[in-house]
Ligand binder design. Structure first.
Ligand SMILES: [Zn+2]
Length: 393
């Protein structure tokens, strides 16, 4: 540990890179002022970062009209990231840069309930094709991030008793895929990576954020102090089986009654709409009927929003988030679902907890997953300690 510190951490090349990632291009003089390091130390670390292409020379304009000073910026094009958001039937696969810009992407409908090897072999092949089509090479890739539709033990990247993909239980996804790709592979559940994506790109100022995904199931990802909170076993945010009041007659697939996803999830909502006399097979049908403005459908969607809001009101009191972001087709298809959520949260939560609370629809929509998968890799690869181990100063 050196005496030179920034926010309490020693300032190696990795910390210097973090300063450049979080701000505009900086001159040597500015970096000396920002870090308190000696000018020769700043120069040594910059040289090392330049050699590894993490940093590039940038244009600067000087207001004084003198000769522009050399400035340096984080090089978002230094490496590529492979990102995949695997769903139960629908997948999105992409290549991004280090700033989460999508450089190439593909979607596909392939059921995930087969054995993991076939889905992952398909994924490795799709990554290879995307790289080849866009003129990139695996040698430029720094890691792969994968989101799966089920519980994942983050430390090992292994799915744990995933109900919708039972053949994947404890399968070593990072090792299997890492062997074929030759890069580190990180795996998390789909809702966690969506929360990461929304926080990084959509709501970077909201350091206490709850991302709620409304699908057949209902789950949430928790950003606490700007970081994903996964819980002791990676099960944090599994709110789908919290009980809604006055719904005891509804039986959930988990064996309990009145669970919020069995009452207000998209499949439950489609069933309620069908029972009211309008045929709706699934969430897509619900969105289509919402677009048509059917008043009974609007009423039932708003009611599902209220029931979800009932669960979220307790979470607001407990966690005091600055933002609740709601994703999933139905929540994104107009304001009806959100209106129901807002109605109950503002009525039921403590005034102090809702004073500055924002409740909004997802900004990234169906891209939240791949953006978040890329963020997971970027945070891992560009963590100051990780950079320090690879950059020789
Ligand atoms: Zn349940």
């Amino acid at each position: 540990m050196t005496e030179e510190t920034l926010n309490g951490a020693s300032i190696g090349a990795g910390a210097l890179l973090s300063v450049l990632r979080e701000g505009p291009a900086r001159t040597r003089t500015e970096l000396v002022e920002l870090t308190g390091l000696a000018r020769t130390t700043v120069s040594q670390r910059l040289d090392a970062l330049l050699r590894h292409r993490w940093v590039v020379a940038a244009d600067t304009s000087t207001s004084s009209g003198g000769r522009p000073a050399a400035a340096f910026a984080f090089n978002r094009a230094a490496r590529l990231v492979l990102a995949a958001d695997l769903g139960v039937t629908h997948h999105r696969v992409a290549i991004t840069d280090l700033g989460t810009t999508v450089l190439a992407e593909r979607t596909a409908d392939v059921p995930i309930d087969r054995e993991p090897e076939s889905t992952l072999a398909w994924l490795a092949q799709t990554f290879a094709e995307l790289l080849a089509e866009s003129g990139y090479d695996l040698a430029n890739v720094c890691g792969a991030g994968i989101g799966l539709p089920g519980p994942v033990e983050y430390s090992t990247g292994r799915p744990v008793s995933p109900p919708l993909m039972p053949g994947w239980d404890r399968f070593p996804v990072p090792e299997w895929l890492g062997e074929r790709l030759g890069v580190p592979v990180l795996v998390d559940n789909d809702v966690n990576i969506m929360a990461l994506g929304e926080h990084w790109v959509g709501y970077p100022e909201a350091d206490q954020l709850i991302f709620v995904k409304i699908g057949t199931g209902i789950g949430c990802g928790i950003i606490s102090d700007g970081r994903l909170h996964r819980g002791a076993q990676g099960a944090a945010g599994d709110i789908g089986h919290i009980r809604v009041v006055d719904a005891d007659e509804v039986v959930c697939h988990c064996g309990n009654t009145g669970c919020v996803e069995a009452v207000a999830g998209s499949a439950a909502l489609a069933a309620r709409i069908t029972a009211s006399g309008v045929l709706a097979k699934d969430g897509r049908d619900v969105v289509r009927l919402l677009d048509l403005g059917d008043p009974e459908v609007v009423h039932l969607v708003r009611q599902a929003g209220r029931e979800t809001g009932d669960v979220l009101a307790s979470i607001v009191n407990f966690f005091n988030p600055g933002a609740i972001v709601i994703g999933g087709d139905i929540a994104e298809a107009g304001e009806h679902f959100l209106a129901g959520v807002r109605e109950v949260i503002y009525k039921r939560s403590l005034p102090l907890a809702t004073r500055h609370l924002r409740i909004q629809a997802s900004k990234l929509g169906d891209h939240a997953g791949i953006i978040g998968a890329a963020v997971m890799v970027i945070e891992h690869v560009l963590a100051p300690q990780a950079v320090d181990t690879t950059v020789v100063v």
